[in-house]
Design a protein around this ligand. Structure first.
Ligand code: AMP
Length: 223
């Protein structure tokens, strides 16, 4: 699942994960968890993440390899926020070439969620999440019933450190610099499915479900 920060990758990945009963693997979530627990990986990643830059390919690919070895990935998984560079994508291609899932090859479905710049800014600055269940809200477009409190857990919502305005600009620049070439890499190979991420979330989900259920669907068109 590709897309700029704020495009809705996490929201969609969670929904799709529930629907198919396969895990959502968010490299951002794994890194944040490591930072919170002050693991060796977290110590190496913390400052880079706080600046809004990308963590090294080597660290992230190693982390993804570990995660994909877990039993819950046997039937596949949703990669959310990975790959994010051409080097990561090449690593993933090699990994998938050598790997089977429950005895089968699983060709990846590459989905790019497109959202315009102004909309991204609005979404990122308004984003809040529940520290207990991870549910995502937006103070502008999807507020909780009680301001700043999770509807389900009753916990006080938090704003990610890197959702502050100065870091957001860095993350969007990094996206253009490092991730757009990756989009081009998949597009040139005819493997990219592009979706309009400004549609209502349930319509985006429906389109993603169609793509996953019809993996042979024509890539390269705007779906
Ligand atoms: P996200 O939650 O996907 O917005 O990721 C938050 C931060 O984690 C990013 O700004 C990067 O610093 C780091 N990160 C997440 N995924 C990757 C990745 N695939 N490659 C490098 N850095 C990543």
């Amino acid at each position: 699942m590709l897309g700029a920060p704020g495009a809705g990758k996490g929201t969609q990945a969670k929904l799709i994960s529930g629907r198919f009963g396969i895990p959502q693997i968010s490299t951002g979530d794994i890194l944040r968890d490591n930072v919170a627990r002050s693991t060796e990986l977290g110590k190496q990643a913390r400052a880079v993440m706080e600046r809004g830059e990308l963590v090294s390919d080597q660290l992230v690919c190693g982390m993804v390899a570990d995660r994909l070895a877990h039993k819950d990935c046997e039937r596949g998984c949703i990669l959310d926020g990975f790959p994010r560079t051409v080097r990561q994508a090449k690593w993933l291609d090699q990994y998938l070439d050598a790997r089977t899932f429950a005895g089968r090859k699983l060709p990846p479905v590459v989905i790019m969620i497109q959202v315009g710049y102004n909309q991204l800014l609005q979404r990122l600055t308004g984003r809040r999440s529940c520290p207990t269940c991870g549910r995502i809200y937006n103070v502008n477009s999807q507020p909780p019933r009680v301001a700043e409190v999770c509807d389900v857990e009753g916990a006080s919502l938090i704003q990610r450190k890197d959702d502050k305005e100065e870091v957001i600009f860095e993350r969007l620049k990094e996206y253009e610099r490092q991730t757009l070439p990756l989009v081009e890499y998949y597009r040139e190979q005819g493997r990219l499915h592009e979706l309009d991420g400004e549609l209502p979330a349930d319509q985006v989900t429906a389109k993603i479900l169609t793509l996953i259920e019809r993996p042979a669907a024509q890539a390269g068109s705007n779906d």
